[in-house]
Every structure is written in C-alpha cells, then in structure tokens.
Design a protein around this ligand. Structure first.
Ligand code: SF4
Length: 412
C-alpha cells in the first residue's frame, strides 16, 4: 500500500489527477503482487477492464508479479509498459520515452530508498528503511521477487523523516519487508535509527510496520517506550500456532518463543494492540494443527488478525509438497479465524469505552471525521464545523460500535 501511495504521489506531482479504477484515464498503473493466489487472472482482468474504460490510455504493469512473470505479461494484449520492483518508481523515465512497449526489469540489489507517502490522506507517511529478505520461509516468494535484504542509511532515513515532517505529515510508519534484518544488513543498529527518527523535531507519531518476532528485542522496546511519540500498535507475524508447521515453514521461532515476545511487548506496552499474519491450510496442516493455531490466537492478546489461505507460489519449497489442502477446507478454516479475529477486536475495542485517547484524524466522510488512536483503533466523531483533518485531538471514547469507537473531542 505504501508503495502504491508513493507512486500515486509521483503522478500527482507530475500534474496527473488520480481517478478511481474503471474511469477513463490517460494512464492505468497496475502495481501487482505475487503473494496472493490468482495474480495471473487478476492481472488479465484488470488489463481488460482498463482497456475497456480507456481505449486510448496506456497500461503500465509493475511490481512483484511483473518482476516474476514479465514474459507472460508481455504476451497479454494491451500492455504498454512492464516495470520490475525497482523500475516502477522510475515510471516517468519510461512513460514518455521511445522505450514504451518494453520490459524494464533489473534484478540487481540496489536499494531505491525513497521515502514513500500516502497520497490520499496526507496525515500518515510510510518511510521504507529496508527491502528484500534473506530468510527462506518455505511458502514465500518475496526473496525471489524482491531480492536480498538491503537498507537505507540511518542518516538518509532521518533526512527523509525531516522532509516528510516539513511537508506536514504528523505520523511516520517505518516499513520494510523484514525490518528486523536492518542491523545485519547495514551494520547500523535499528535502535539507533529509530531513536534518531523519534528525535526529529515536529514529528508527532511513529509506528513500525511488521516486525518478525525473532527480531524484537528488549532494547528496541525500551527505546520505543521512552518516547511519547511511539504508538502502541505492533504487527508481529505468527503464521501458525503449530510447532511442526512453523518448523516446516522454516520460521525462526516456535510457539513458546512467540508467546514470550507477545508477553514482553505487553509488559512494556500494556494497552498495545497487536496484529498478526496467519497462514491457513499450509500443506499438510491437520485439523489438530489448525486447532492449535486457533487456540493460541484465542489465548494471546492478538487483536488484529490478517488471515491468508495458503497459496502455492512457483519455485518455493512448499509448492512442491505433496499434501496440499483442499480449497474448501482452507476456506472453512479462514472463516473460523476471521470470525475469531472480529470477536477479539470488538472485545478489545469495547474495553476502551469511557477512556480518553489522542486521535489523529485522517479523513471526513458523510458528516463524521475518522482517525486512529495510538493503539490503532478506529474512532469517529461528528463533524461540528471544525476541520479536524490532520489534527491530533483528545477524544472521549464514549461507546464502541463493533470495531469503531464513537466519541467526542474534548474542549472543541
Ligand atoms: S521473513 Fe517474511 S519476507 Fe522473508 S521469507 Fe519469510 S515470509 Fe518471506
């Protein structure tokens, strides 16, 4: 999402207007993914729809799927430009040149390192500090699609953060494919980079995107805890609650270690909300192993579930396994976990009722302003004539409506 936002911002800077997909446009930019199943047919559908909506418009296909399957995409009718994961950020170098209708894929490991921003809300900015991955999780295509781990220097990251703050962003999210690899890749300590960014004058809020559980340290939590800018929401991938499955996935932790990390986070940040990625229906996952995942998630203070049915990715070890799970079994398991996740998030939201919280408001819709608390809960307040967008306000969280807190601004 952050990269799509960054590219959208580049188009805006060039004078383009961003339109909804399906409207008539001069350029359709498809930022593709290979992590989910069906990328091929999704890509075909989108190209067809883009052509139908804008017969004269150009179609650019970029990103991971383009990187992996450039030849296949080239064979599809109506594609003007194919850009790999690095080249997509240089779209304007190719868009108006003679080189249209060409494939631009560079497999080198150069870090493109630009700060990325969310073009539509202008409250929260994404700053990429790391890309690629040196791990070899059995199900994952990212190391093939995005290459080995590489990083931005601490100095450049801080300069980018200052630049974002000067543009009016109040909140920065540090992103990367595996940001816990920052230190082993760059030789610089992640805690020093985080500390440097926390010290950027004018920055109000900092978040970290997904962090692998084995890379969360006491030292990092200490640095985050010592700043009132760090927002207490963590995203810590779990993938499975079965030790056998975790080991088969080549994850670098077991459930005992994962429990320990969650307990540690809660020790430092008792009100933190925690998100986790979970893969359901990994090859060979038995009903009992799935239930182990279900029970672990039921028990742990995980509030935001990101549930994915296992999907076969070409060239990965897991894709070659023999015991693939039937789609209907995966579907049923996904459904159970999503239901559990909804219950847990609603229960966590309910606990916040009658509290006060600082909320950064991001958008206005149909008479309400919407924003997030520090622990990433959605809040809405009635529009009373004052523009709250990009403002941090103290809010009475009056009552929970599902997973949204309805409140009112204190002292408006
Ligand atoms: S750590 Fe994440 S990105 Fe790296 S191989 Fe594993 S799942 Fe893929």
């Amino acid at each position: 999402m952050s990269e799509t936002g960054s590219i959208a911002q580049k188009f805006v800077d060039k004078g383009y207007e961003i339109k909804s997909f399906g409207e008539s446009v001069d350029v359709t930019f498809l930022n593709t993914c290979t992590v989910t199943d069906g990328a091929d047919s999704t890509c075909r559908n989108h190209i067809r729809k883009a052509q139908k909506a804008s017969p004269e418009g150009k179609v650019v296909v970029a990103g991971c799927y383009a990187q992996m399957e450039a030849e296949k995409i080239k064979a599809m009718q109506g594609v003007d430009l194919i850009l790999g994961t690095h080249e997509k950020h240089k779209v304007f170098d190719f868009l108006d040149s003679e080189e249209m209708n060409q494939v631009h894929i560079d497999k080198s490991n150069e870090f493109w390192g630009a700060a990325t921003t969310e073009a539509d809300s202008h409250t929260r900015a994404f700053l990429k500090i790391q890309d690629g991955c040196n791990y070899v999780c059995s199900f994952c295509i990212i190391p093939f699609a995005r290459g080995r781990s590489r990083t931005i220097s601490r100095e450049n990251a801080i300069a980018e953060a200052r630049n974002l703050v000067s543009k009016g962003f109040k909140e920065i999210v540090l992103t990367g494919v595996n940001i816990g690899e920052y230190e082993s890749t760059s030789g610089e300590r992640l805690v020093d980079l985080v500390q440097g960014i926390l010290e950027v004058e004018g920055l109000k809020r900092l978040r970290l995107s997904s962090v692998e559980p084995n890379t969360i340290t006491k030292e990092l939590l200490e640095v985050l805890k010592n700043s009132d800018k760090y927002q207490d929401h963590f995203h810590i991938p779990l993938q499975s609650g079965s030790d056998r499955v975790l080991s088969s996935m080549r994850r670098k932790y077991d459930t005992y270690q994962y429990r320990g990390v969650i307990a540690l986070v809660k020790e430092y940040f008792p009100d933190a909300s925690i998100g986790a990625d979970i893969i359901v229906g990994y090859p060979g996952e038995t009903e009992d192993e799935f239930l182990e995942t279900y029970k672990l998630l039921q028990e742990l203070p995980i509030t935001h579930f990101h549930v994915f049915p296992y999907s076969k990715r070409k060239n990965t070890t897991a894709a070659r396994a023999e015991s693939h799970i039937q789609p209907e079994v995966k579907k049923a398991r996904v459904k159970q976990l999503i239901a559990l996740g909804e219950q847990k998030l609603a229960a966590f939201t309910k606990i916040q009722e009658s509290r006060q919280a600082e909320v950064l408001f991001e958008r206005e819709k149909e008479g309400y302003f919407y924003g997030h608390t520090s622990n990433y809960l959605k809040v809405r307040v009635k529009n009373q004539g004052t523009n709250l967008k990009n403002q941090i306000m103290r809010v009475n969280l009056n009552h929970a409506q599902g997973t949204t807190l309805a409140g009112e601004v204190v002292d408006l």
